[in-house]
Structures are given as structure tokens and as C-alpha cells.
Design a protein around this ligand. Structure first.
Ligand code: CTP
Ligand code: CA
Length: 239
């Protein structure tokens, strides 16, 4: 019922949402991962579907109930997520990158389980795992635009704030760097942690100094606010 004011606003649109967190395998039984639950991405998919959109949800390792009417593409790694998002984006009006994409992956995948050394004198030895950069999927989507269709592109940022700046200034810098149309900055840390049910987010747009703050609120309320902003961008002709 809370979606009533703008229900139908996304009718006829194809929206792509990435959700969850990628896993970068080390060997058949181990991976590098992160704590993203996928809940925010799934809420975005559900609200978009309820507003009339055709929804493709690229879900990285998120074992959550699939919202009605949503097409799910399950993926594991950042490279798989990139492939799935790119394919789905070919005819999309909106792409929302809510997934937590690993910035790095192990340089090498070991086909067999990595074993400890039991040799005498080497009981304390440990391997060094070398990492390489994953592609920045969001940056790639932005770089590819202008060739024909140009979807509205939404980025997410989980920020704690640090010595180099508070959450809002870090988010503003990330928006400038990413050149997406809307940045959803999730304030994390202290009581606001991954997987918790309530979120505090700031919505930033490149052409405006204004910031819309939502929450602490449920992931559904946050999703509604994001689609409200996207609806405005679509209505004003998009990017
Ligand atoms: N993202 C992406 N591909 C990556 C890393 C991130 O598409 N390899 C997307 C995320 O889905 C999110 C946005 O970029 O929408 C911001 O992610 P974030 O991790 O906050 O930004 P980074 O540019 O990776 O910067 P850092 O982790 O150093 O803060
Ligand atoms: Ca990152």
C-alpha cells in the first residue's frame, strides 16, 4: 500500500537489479566473500515489480525468496555477475547495482583443495594468496553508454566514514568518480551493519547539491525512495 502514490510508474520498463555479494573461489571448497545479505537488492526487485516493471534480478549467493514476477539469474563471482548484468542490460531502462562486488579475486584458482604442509620444521608455514583487481562493473556500464540506448544507472556505496572524510563527502566523491545518475549511500558501522533490517541511506544526484536522507527504515521503504527518484529521472527524460 505504501507504493500507492507512484504505483505503475515503472510500467513497461525493464529494470535490472544486482543483489547479494560475490564469492571469489580459491579452491573447490573455499572463497573470498563479503557479508552482503542481498536483502536490499531483493526489496528493490520486489518494489519495481509491484510498480509494473519487468525485473531481472542478478543474484549473487543470496538465498532469499524470489519476489513474484521477477526473473532471477543466479551468479557466484564478479566476472559472472558482470556477464549477466551486461546481457540483461542490453534492453534495460534502468540498472541498479546493489550487489557487493569483490574488488579483488585470487590470481590463481587451485583445482585441488589447498593443503597444509605437515613436513617437519614447516608446521608454521602458510601460503600467501595473490589477488588481482576485478573489473568495475558499474564504471563499465557508465563507460558504455551513449551507444544507442542509455539506461538510468544507479550505484550503491556502503560507507563507514574514515579519516579521509565523513559518509556524505565520501559518497559525493564516489558519485563524481562513478558518474552514475543516482548514488545510494548506505551508512554502515556502529549499529548499522550488514544484514540488519533497518538502513540509513543518503540519495545523491550529480547535478544537485541536495541530499535526500531516508531512515533508519526498512529495506522496502528505502527501495520505494530509490524508485521514486528513478521515476523522476525517467519522467524528465533520463540521463
Ligand atoms: N561495483 C562494481 N564493480 C566492482 C566494485 C563495485 O560494479 N568491481 C559497484 C557496486 O555494485 C556499487 C558501486 O560500484 O554499486 C560502489 O561500490 P563500492 O565498493 O562502494 O565502490 P568502489 O569503487 O569499489 O570503492 P571502494 O570499495 O574502494 O570504496
Ligand atoms: Ca569496493
Amino acid at each position: 500500500a505504501t507504493t500507492a502514490p507512484t504505483a505503475g510508474a515503472l510500467a513497461g520498463c525493464h529494470v535490472v537489479v544486482s543483489a547479494g555479494g560475490t564469492r571469489e573461489p580459491l579452491d573447490p571448497v573455499r572463497f573470498l566473500g563479503n557479508r552482503s545479505s542481498g536483502k536490499q537488492g531483493f526489496a528493490l526487485a520486489q518494489v519495481a515489480a509491484s510498480r509494473g516493471a519487468r525485473v531481472t534480478l542478478v543474484a549473487a549467493n543470496a538465498e532469499l525468496p524470489v519476489p513474484d514476477g521477477v526473473d532471477v539469474v543466479p551468479v557466484e563471482t564478479a566476472l559472472e555477475l558482470q556477464e549477466a548484468v551486461r546481457t540483461a542490460t542490453a534492453d534495460a531502462d534502468v540498472v541498479v547495482m546493489a550487489a557487493a562486488v569483490a574488488d579483488f579475486r585470487p590470481r590463481e584458482y587451485q583445482d585441488a583443495k589447498i593443503k597444509k604442509t605437515h613436513a617437519p620444521g614447516q608446521e608454521d608455514s602458510a601460503p600467501t594468496i595473490e589477488l588481482v583487481r576485478n573489473p568495475d562493473i558499474l564504471a563499465g556500464l557508465v563507460a558504455d553508454r551513449g551507444q544507442g540506448r542509455s539506461p538510468v544507472i544507479v550505484g550503491f556505496a556502503a560507507e563507514t566514514g574514515d579519516a579521509s572524510g565523513d559518509v556524505l563527502s565520501l559518497a559525493r566523491a564516489k558519485l563524481v568518480r562513478k558518474r552514475c545518475d543516482l548514488l545510494v549511500a548506505n551508512q554502515v558501522g556502529r549499529d548499522l551493519t550488514f544484514g540488519k533490517d533497518d538502513s540509513l541511506v543518503h540519495l545523491l544526484r550529480p547535478e544537485s547539491e541536495e541530499v535526500r536522507t531516508v531512515g533508519p527504515a526498512s529495506k522496502t521503504v528505502v527501495a520505494e525512495a530509490v524508485w521514486d527518484e528513478v521515476g523522476e529521472l525517467l519522467a524528465t527524460g533520463g540521463p
